[in-house]
Design a protein around this ligand. Structure first.
Ligand SMILES: Nc1ncnc2c1ncn2[C@@H]1O[C@H](COP(=O)(O)OP(=O)(O)OP(=O)(O)O)[C@@H](O)[C@H]1O
Ligand SMILES: [Mg+2]
Length: 369
């Protein structure tokens, strides 16, 4: 599966840009602030219908304009699909395949799997549990359509429940029947979310450990553990038990929306004890394991977007990583860098076809292939 071409209209700092891509390796070179990350984000968006940093759609429109549009031509098993994503401020986002719109985004996501490795991956370690849940959700949503459907349903019910708890507090009034109606519906999607997350951990961890040793070149014990908020407890019983607490907090204290992942190195939290190099290797291994898991489950090589990762790695690790990518039969790869010389040394070692593009203030020109 690969993206043959992409067309951006009013997307971030791109007014109107079409790019014809290599099926294997695409490199984007340019100075800071020229639009390299934005281009990768457009590719990400074509696959997952949202931006990598989860920005609201209105922030993606070129300043001063009223809409954006992305178009991509994908090829998979000789079959071509033209995907278009359109968003106009204040309107519903539309995703079309060959001219017909999807009713539900959950039916689309996962068709063209993608993994992005970016400098802000550090938030997986440094920020709160939300980032780590997003990692789980982005992976599982691409594998199982029913995971995403149930996640959307769960989030919607949870939002209603929390709004209701707020309303009760505001009006100093409590109506258990309204709350019970929601509490009856929540456990079903929660069960599917919890099941898929724990099955994920089982398959993911060995892959992650394998990549970590390959990148770091050591056998230091690393682990990723799912921290299920409910554990073995029955969600319906927990909701009932927590009722007074939830009313006091004006939100739902327990449930899969509080799940987390514990990231450890030698049994200690990575956040507190890892050196910078260990941290980099850890994050890279997390993403490559995500890639490998998607590839296996979908029987299809996802697009791999490598944003600015060489700036953070020494030359030896860059070569090690590229070696790893080549040997593992990765699919189509997109790389950004500010330094042309670094990109040139990457492409000379690359056995397949490649293209190098120059990115300058929202304009892209092919400079080498
Ligand atoms: N909605 C928008 N409208 C117009 N410009 C935008 C919008 N959103 C972001 N930009 C601008 O896009 C520019 C390019 O950003 P991008 O992150 O792609 O740069 P980059 O080439 O990756 O740079 P770096 O090397 O620093 O990572 C920035 O100057 C940013 O202000
Ligand atoms: Mg960037």
């Amino acid at each position: 599966m690969n993206l043959q071409s992409i067309k951006l209209t009013n997307f971030k700092n791109y007014r109107q840009q079409a790019v014809s891509l290599s099926a294997r390796l695409n490199c984007f070179v340019g100075l800071n602030g020229m639009g390299k990350t934005n281009l990768l984000d457009a590719v990400y968006m074509l696959c997952l219908t949202r931006s990598h940093r989860n920005l609201p759609d209105k922030n993606l429109i070129l300043h001063g304009e009223a809409f954006f549009r992305l178009e991509g031509q994908f090829q998979h098993d000789k079959e071509k699909s033209k995907i278009a994503i359109k968003y106009a401020a204040g309107q519903r986002k539309v995703v079309e395949q060959n001219g017909s719109a999807y009713e539900r985004l959950a039916d689309y996501i996962g068709r063209f799997p993608v993994v992005m490795i970016a400098p802000d991956d550090i938030s997986l370690v440094q920020d709160g549990s939300e980032e780590r849940r997003r990692f789980l959700d982005t992976t599982l949503s691409q594998i199982y359509p029913e995971y995403l459907q149930n996640l959307l349903l769960y989030n919607n019910l949870l939002k209603q429940r929390n709004a209701l708890l707020k309303l009760f507090a505001e009006h100093r009034r409590f109506d258990p029947t309204l709350l019970e109606a929601l509490d009856r519906q929540l456990p079903e999607p929660a069960k599917i979310i919890v099941e898929k997350r724990s099955a994920f951990a089982e398959h993911f961890v060995p892959l992650f450990q394998e990549f970590y040793s390959a990148i770091a070149g050591t056998d230091e014990p690393v682990s990723v553990e799912l921290e299920s908020n409910l554990g073995d407890r029955d969600f319906a019983a927990v909701l009932l038990e927590n009722r007074d607490k939830d009313r006091a907090l004006e939100r739902t204290a327990a449930g899969p929306h509080r799940d987390d992942m514990r990231l450890n190195l030698r049994g200690q939290p990575i956040k507190k004890y890892a050196s910078q190099g260990q941290l980099k290797s850890f994050l890279l291994a997390l993403r490559l394991a995500q890639y490998e898991l998607l590839r296996r489950e979908k029987n299809l090589a996802p697009l791999l977007l490598l944003d600015d990762i060489f700036a953070k790695l020494d030359e030896q690790r860059v070569h090690q990583l590229m070696g790893l990518l080549i040997e593992r039969e990765f699919g189509q790869i997109f790389i950004t860098d500010t330094q042309r010389s670094r990109i040139e040394s990457v492409v000379t070692a690359f056995p397949g076809k490649y293209r190098i593009f120059d990115v300058q203030n929202g304009e892209i020109v092919m400079s080498d292939e």
